[in-house]
Ligand binder design. Structure first.
Ligand code: SF4
Length: 424
């Protein structure tokens, strides 16, 4: 009922979001922006973490080889669509991308050879993968942004999360990474792990900032209903912080970060230099390569098949592995953009006008009145900046969006290789 009302008020439509099976001609590739980012998905992991909602499979050498060939074919299939575009960034995520580090070198070379690329390259790293050889290779490949998935320094909690390393190994990994002087080193830390206390979070923060990293990404564990962890929490009756305790924790994170000289750079990130960011999710338009990768440009949001065998087979037949497409209305596209700018913590009025030719405050009058009325956002120099309360509400909205929307979309995509239609 609430969703229905919100849909009518904000989206001005009563129909649900519709994802339809991709057919040639139902995406207008000519509407692709002239400047665009690339995302490369490597879905292989050595072990599976029980909380993980992402598209991943256990590593198998032969499958990984066939996957690499398929990925290169997919990049080639975009030749006509991307050849006159500027590729402004490449992010490599997973899975555990460094399991295919040699293959990634070939994949990146194809992108660089075929397309006009100039920008940052970022990669996610699992702590046990870090060694001199890997870091030298990343430097050689001109990868300049690193995101290390630490999650916590607490050995017991690491075990609970199914992470196969200890605080000692994290220490060695960060120390070595720092000695290589990448342009940006981001560390992921998780809060609201069952059994975690405020003191535990404080301890994690103090430890991570002592390494003088460039960026901290800190986010509450979102328990997707489809995961093993969700079942375990229910079976064992494990407790976690409620919304109001989470609000206090956000405040504590802000205070400790400021003490260490770090400013909030988005809903989940803190940094010393706002120009130097690892930020894979905030790009305005991007094309995703790989099993389960999504793409967004113009009025289109689409996802490749999540099924790795189906992905490889499609490319062996020289077919694009696109599974389902959501064609947004202009209003939905504006809201999608606003959602990610809220993640950034600020919305630029001028940029909205450049993109959509409209005054955002007139177009979304009610939304901006509510932001002001409930002190969720304040205006400054042509920007609407989210307040602490606004950021807390965004956290809440994002959690609900993940649990009710993404969980369904991803679970269906993991269960069915090719989907006819999804309405959410
Ligand atoms: S959280 Fe990362 S390492 Fe763990 S299973 Fe998911 S993708 Fe793999």
């Amino acid at each position: 009922m609430v969703t229905h009302l919100l849909r009518r008020m904000i989206l001005k439509k009563k129909e649900k979001f519709l994802f339809k099976r991709y057919e040639e001609g139902n995406i207008d590739f000519d509407s692709m922006n002239n400047e665009i980012g690339i995302y490369i998905h490597i879905p292989f992991c050595k072990s599976i973490c029980p909380y993980c909602p992402y598209n991943k499979v256990l590593y198998e050498k032969n499958k990984a080889q066939r996957y690499k060939e398929a990925l290169i074919k997919e990049i080639h299939l975009y030749k006509e669509k991307l050849q006159d575009k500027k590729i402004t960034s490449i992010y490599i995520g997973g899975g555990t991308p460094t399991l295919l580090i040699k293959e990634l070198e070939d994949i990146l070379n194809v992108v660089k050879d075929k397309y006009d690329f100039c920008g940052d390259i970022g990669i996610e790293i699992y702590p046990t993968a870090v060694n001199e050889e890997l870091l030298s290779k990343l430097k050689e490949m001109k990868i300049n942004l690193i995101s290390l998935g630490v999650q916590t320094f607490d050995d017991e909690k690491l075990k609970f999360l199914g992470r196969a390393y200890t605080e000692n190994e994290i220490h060695k990994a960060i120390t070595l990474i720092n000695s290589f002087h990448f342009q940006c080193v981001d560390i992921d830390i998780m809060t609201n792990i069952p059994g975690q206390t405020c003191k535990d979070i404080q301890r994690d923060l103090e430890k991570v900032y002592d390494y003088e990293i460039d960026q901290l990404s800190i986010y509450p564990l979102i328990v997707f209903p489809m995961t093993h962890l969700s079942r375990r929490i229910k079976q064992k009756g494990l407790t976690r912080f409620n919304e109001w305790e989470e609000k206090k924790i956000l405040q504590m994170i802000d205070t400790i970060s400021k003490d260490y000289g770090y400013e909030r750079t988005s809903i989940w990130t803190y940094g010393k230099n706002t120009e130097n960011r690892y930020t894979s999710v905030t790009r305005e338009s991007f094309v995703g390569f790989g099993g389960g990768a999504s793409s967004h440009f113009g009025n289109y949001f689409y996802m490749n098949t999540f099924n790795i065998d189906a992905y490889i087979s499609a490319l062996e037949e020289e077919r694009l592995p696109i599974n389902i497409v959501n064609t947004m209305t202009d209003r939905e596209r504006m809201i999608f953009w606003l959602f990610w700018r809220c993640y950034d913590g600020e919305i630029h009025q001028k940029r909205f006008y450049e993109l959509f030719g409209k005054d955002m405050k007139k177009e979304f009058q009610l939304l901006f009145i509510l932001l002001k009325l409930f002190s969720l956002g304040k205006e400054k120099n042509g920007k609407v900046i989210l307040t602490d309360l606004g950021r807390f509400i965004y956290h809440y909205v994002e959690k609900q969006y993940s649990i009710h929307y993404l969980n369904y979309l991803w679970q269906r995509s993991m269960e069915e290789a090719w989907i006819e239609e999804i309405q959410i």
